[in-house]
Design a protein. Structure first.
Length: 374
C-alpha cells in the first residue's frame, strides 16, 4: 500500500473542512432567514397627533376591531395589536387597507380621496399610533419573492387554511386572503411571516413546527399566485345625497313592518316595500367609500361614526327609517340605537345586511367603475 503523502493529507483535510463549513453557513443562512433584523422605529407623534389618532381609532375602528385593538369585535376584523402584524405591517400593510379598503369585504376605505372621512395625514398618524400603542420593534423583511410549488401550496392551503379563510380566500371566520388589494400591499415575506408566526391573541396559530418550511413557502407561493389576472378598479365618486333626497318614494304610503326582536326586518320584506313604492328612508351605515361601490337604491350614507346631532337636523322623524351595513348588523344597530335615544321611534335594521341582500340576488346601485389605467 502506497503511503499517503503529507500534502495529500492536508488537501483532504481542507476539502472536508470546507464541506463542513459550507453546510454550517447554509444552515446558518437558512436559520437567519427566519430571524430577520430590525428596522429603526417610525416617527413619533406629537401629543396633539396622538390624541387625534386615538380619537379617530375609537370613532372609526373600535366598532369592528375592538376598543382595545383586540380584533374580532365584529365582522372578523383582525387584531391591531398582534405582535406579528405590528412587527411587519407598519406602515404599508396597515396604512393601505385603512386608506383604500378591501374590495369585496366589509373593510371600507377611510381616506378622503376615495370617499372616506380622514385626510392623508390622519391615516398616517393613526397607522403610527397603532405601532406605538403595540410597543414592538419593526422587523426588517426582504422584498424578494418566495418561491414554492403552487400546486402543493394549494393542497396544503385546502387542508389547513380554507376552513377559516375560505376555499377561494374569501374569508369565512378569518380575514380574506384572496383579496387583490391585500396581495398587492403585502410582500411575500410579510405573508410568510404571518403564516410562520401566526397572529398572537387571535385564533390564527403559528404554523412553524406544524408545517414544514417548504410547505410554508408553498402556501405563500400559492397565495401570491391568486393575484394573477385580477384587475383593480376604482369608483367614479357620485355626488352625496342632500336632505331633499333622503325620503324614498315621498308620495307613497307608509310601510307596515313586523319587527323581529323589536328591531329587525328581513330583506324579503324590504324588497316588497320598495317594489310597492312605500315611503321610507334608507341609511347605509358603512363608510361612504363602499356606499360609492354598491348600495341599495335610494339609500343615503350615514356612517356609524356620524355626528348624530348634525344628521338629526335633517332626518325626518315621521318616516320609517331602515338602516343596513355589511357586518351584517353591528354598524346599523349602532346607528339605530343612537337615533332611538334621540326620539326616533320608527326605526329598523335590515337583518341580513347588504351582503345578504346581494347574495339573495336583490338589486343594488353601483357607482360608475373605471379601470385605474384610464
Amino acid at each position: 500500500m502506497t503511503p499517503v503523502k503529507p500534502l495529500a493529507v492536508l488537501l483532504i483535510g481542507l476539502v472536508s473542512l470546507l464541506a463542513v463549513s459550507s453546510t454550517a453557513i447554509a444552515q446558518s443562512h437558512e436559520h437567519k432567514a427566519h430571524e430577520p433584523g430590525t428596522l429603526p422605529p417610525p416617527r413619533k407623534l406629537t401629543e396633539e397627533q396622538s390624541k387625534r389618532a386615538a380619537e379617530n381609532y375609537q370613532k372609526y375602528c373600535a366598532l369592528c376591531h375592538g376598543a382595545d385593538r383586540e380584533g374580532y369585535a365584529n365582522d372578523h376584523a383582525p387584531s391591531l395589536k398582534s405582535r406579528s402584524l405590528m412587527e411587519t405591517g407598519i406602515p404599508h400593510a396597515v396604512l393601505r387597507p385603512m386608506s383604500y379598503g378591501r374590495e369585496g369585504t366589509a373593510m371600507g376605505g377611510y381616506l378622503d380621496e376615495v370617499g372616506g372621512p380622514m385626510s392623508l395625514d390622519e391615516t398616517w398618524d393613526l397607522t403610527y399610533w397603532l405601532y406605538w400603542q403595540a410597543g414592538y420593534k419593526r422587523v426588517k423583511l426582504s422584498t424578494d419573492p418566495v418561491h414554492g410549488d403552487v400546486e402543493r401550496g394549494k393542497q396544503v392551503y385546502t387542508e389547513n387554511c380554507a376552513s377559516c379563510h375560505g376555499v377561494n380566500g374569501e374569508g369565512v371566520n378569518a380575514p380574506a386572503l384572496g383579496n387583490a388589494s391585500a396581495l398587492a400591499h403585502n410582500t411575500d415575506e410579510v405573508i410568510r411571516y404571518a403564516i410562520r408566526n401566526g397572529r398572537q391573541g387571535t385564533p390564527m396559530q403559528a404554523w412553524a413546527g406544524i408545517l414544514s418550511d417548504e410547505d410554508i413557502d408553498n402556501v405563500t407561493a400559492f397565495l401570491r399566485s391568486r393575484a394573477g389576472g385580477w384587475e383593480q378598479s376604482q369608483p367614479v365618486l357620485r355626488k352625496l345625497p342632500t336632505p331633499e333626497d333622503y325620503i324614498v318614494n315621498p308620495d307613497g304610503e307608509d310601510p307596515e313592518f313586523t319587527l323581529s326582536d323589536g328591531l329587525y326586518i328581513s330583506s324579503k320584506d324590504l324588497l316588497a316595500a320598495l317594489k310597492g313604492k312605500k315611503r321610507m328612508v334608507l341609511l347605509d351605515t358603512r363608510v361612504p367609500s363602499v356606499w360609492q361601490r354598491a348600495h341599495i337604491e335610494g339609500a343615503i350614507p350615514v356612517p356609524y361614526y356620524t355626528d348624530f346631532d348634525k344628521i338629526t337636523e335633517d332626518l325626518p322623524k315621521d318616516v320609517q327609517i331602515i338602516a343596513y351595513c355589511s357586518c351584517p348588523r353591528a354598524a346599523a344597530d349602532h346607528v339605530i340605537m343612537n337615533l332611538r335615544k334621540k326620539g326616533y321611534t320608527r326605526t329598523a335594521v335590515l337583518y341580513e345586511g347588504i351582503f345578504g341582500w346581494m347574495n339573495l340576488g336583490y338589486p343594488v346601485m353601483r357607482g360608475d367603475i373605471r379601470k385605474k389605467s384610464e
